[in-house]
Design a protein around this ligand. Structure first.
Ligand code: G
Ligand code: G
Ligand code: MN
Length: 504
């Protein structure tokens, strides 16, 4: 038998498997037949020795090779087919049967390789959640299917890609940005009126973002990202269809990064507080200071800049709480030093949406055994107007707790004298702008009247941004109660302030 005479003929399985892997059944079969003959009648050893191999022996071996090659070839063919089906499936969005985001990215890079300009639009049903909750979950899905069906009247289905449950993209492979915008607007017009879905009229809020190659990026990943960003931009540009804008995107990205570093700053205590003395004109003492937040950050953002970002991102209250904790801790330190100082803390409009921040301050002061009269909250007029509905409640809570209230930046914003009369304010802070112009008759008399008005309402007046002796003297003559500004002192670190007060 060949098997015992030439054990190495079993090695023939290896090339058969390799050919099956590479060339499927045909390849494997070819190799099997070729091998069968070479190891049979044409076996080099037998040929050189002029020996004829036994016919049944090599024929039997050839048959085995053939059977094995067919079986393995068939298995590989099945495997390849299944793999192909798997890949095709992985490019399909099951719900809609459209191609999916993966396929879009793939097609984007293929089109980019061809270096022909094209545009892509993305559409999002903005009110999908509401449709699901207030109409029906099935109607939400059907709205998407309906929208895709409508889109199929504009473009070939192959150009539609399902991105998400409420999003789909449309590739216009040979259109520029203007044509895309026209198409988008025409499509969005379909949703001006409610759409009938299963007989129910459904209002669909559709938004669209548009990007274009090579205008907005020359790689598929970025182009895809910019598509989503364009969609985002419909929000703050107050439009239904937005063409991607790089400046806005960069601005947004920068803000996003600031928000992340603000979180980090809270966690890692990267903030610090400086205290600006407020001089009591009557007693000649510094009995109050304003706490001002400082943050050493790589972008050199000023407090008003990063506070605005924190407000927009909804994390300002975390920062305010950080300030409260550190101010109260500092009051404890000062008390050990026998220093009794009042500290004004700036609160943002967003801190007054409810009484959580105030309650937090009250609890923390109680925990540290700090008298609430030592804390003053500086609210701006904006904060009062933006919280019109609950401001009276918030203020009465502050009064109950014994926390004093300053009206900050008075005169810069809304000039609501109504607020001044209606609300229990303790201090009014006249903005630096008026103090800067106190020399002029107009501003002089305005400040004079404001101080009279405040005093009539039982409100004490703090003048901000006082930089010269003349300003101070004029304010003193107008019976202003407190002075704050560089003329008295810049904001100081806690220890510097302790020194400052002890020396004065
Ligand atoms: O010193 P100055 O540049 O810090 O302050 C700039 C602006 O930032 C001011 O309008 C001030 O009210 C505000 N600000 C400073 N510290 C805080 C703070 O702790 N919280 C809030 N909400 N605003 C602050
Ligand atoms: O908005 P608010 O009043 O909280 O802000 C106080 C801001 O005014 C802080 O940025 C503080 O550093 C700044 N400041 C305080 N005194 C003076 C001053 O005399 N001149 C100037 N230019 N800024 C001042
Ligand atoms: Mn202030």
């Amino acid at each position: 038998m060949g098997g015992t005479e030439y054990p190495f003929t079993h090695l023939m399985y290896i090339p058969i498997i390799i050919s099956a892997y590479m060339f499927m059944i045909k390849g494997a079969l070819g190799t099997a037949i070729l091998g069968g003959f070479i190891l049979g009648p044409f076996m080099p050893e037998n040929v050189s020795n002029h020996i004829q191999q036994d016919l049944s022996n090599w024929l039997f071996r050839l048959c085995i090779y053939i059977v094995i090659s067919v079986v393995i070839g068939y298995l590989f063919e099945r495997l390849k087919l299944e793999h192909k089906v798997q890949i095709e499936k992985s490019y399909i969005y099951e719900l809609t049967g459209c191609q999916n985001a993966r396929k879009l990215k793939l097609d984007l890079s293929q089109m980019i390789n061809q270096q022909k300009s094209f545009s892509v639009m993305i559409f999002k049903i903005k009110n999908m959640d509401q449709i699901n909750r207030y109409v029906d979950y099935s109607i939400g899905e059907k709205s998407l299917l309906k929208a895709i069906e409508l889109m199929a009247c504009f473009v070939n289905r192959e150009k539609i890609y399902s991105i998400y449950i409420d999003e789909f993209a449309v590739a216009l492979w040979d259109s520029g940005i203007e044509v895309a915008k026209e198409n988008a607007d025409a499509f969005l017009d379909c949703f001006k009126e409610p759409i009938l879905i299963e007989g129910i009229p459904v209002t669909i809020t559709m938004k669209c973002g548009i990007t274009s190659y090579p205008l907005h990026s020359n790689n598929s990943e970025d182009l895809f990202k910019n598509l989503g960003r364009a969609l985002d931009q419909t929000e703050f540009r107050n439009t239904n269809a937005a063409i991607y804008n790089h400046v806005i995107a960069n601005d947004f990205k920068a803000k996003f990064e600031i928000v992340s570093s603000l979180y980090e700053a809270i966690k890692l205590n990267q903030f610090s507080i400086v205290y600006q003395p407020i001089f009591n004109l009557k007693s000649g003492n510094i009995d109050q200071v304003e706490a001002l937040l400082r943050w050493k950050n790589s972008q050199n953002l000023r407090p008003d800049e990063f506070i605005k970002v924190a407000e927009d991102a909804g994390i300002i209250s975390e920062i305010t709480k950080w300030v409260i904790i550190h101010v109260v801790d500092q009051l404890v330190e000062w008390e050990k030093d026998k220093l009794k100082i009042k500290v004004a803390i700036n609160v943002s409009s967003k801190d007054l949406n409810n009484d959580a921040v105030i309650q937090f301050a009250a609890n923390y002061m109680q925990k540290c055994k700090i008298d609430p009269v030592q804390i003053e909250l500086e609210l701006t007029e904006r904060a009062m107007i933006e919280n019109e509905n609950q401001i009276e409640f918030i203020m009465s809570r502050l009064k109950q707790l014994g926390i004093k209230i300053s009206l900050d930046d008075f005169g810069t914003g809304y000039n609501s004298l109504v607020q001044l009369i209606k609300l229990p304010i303790d201090y009014m802070k006249i903005d630096k702008f008026f103090v800067d112009h106190i020399q002029t008759d107009q501003h002089h008399s305005l400040i004079k009247e404001l101080i009279i008005l405040a005093h009539n309402l039982g409100i004490e007046v703090i003048a901000e941004g006082v930089e010269t002796e003349t300003q101070l003297e004029q304010l003193r003559k107008l019976s202003c109660d407190y002075i704050q500004g560089y003329y008295i002192s810049k904001p100081l670190g806690a220890e510097e302030l302790t020194e400052y007060i002890k020396n004065n």
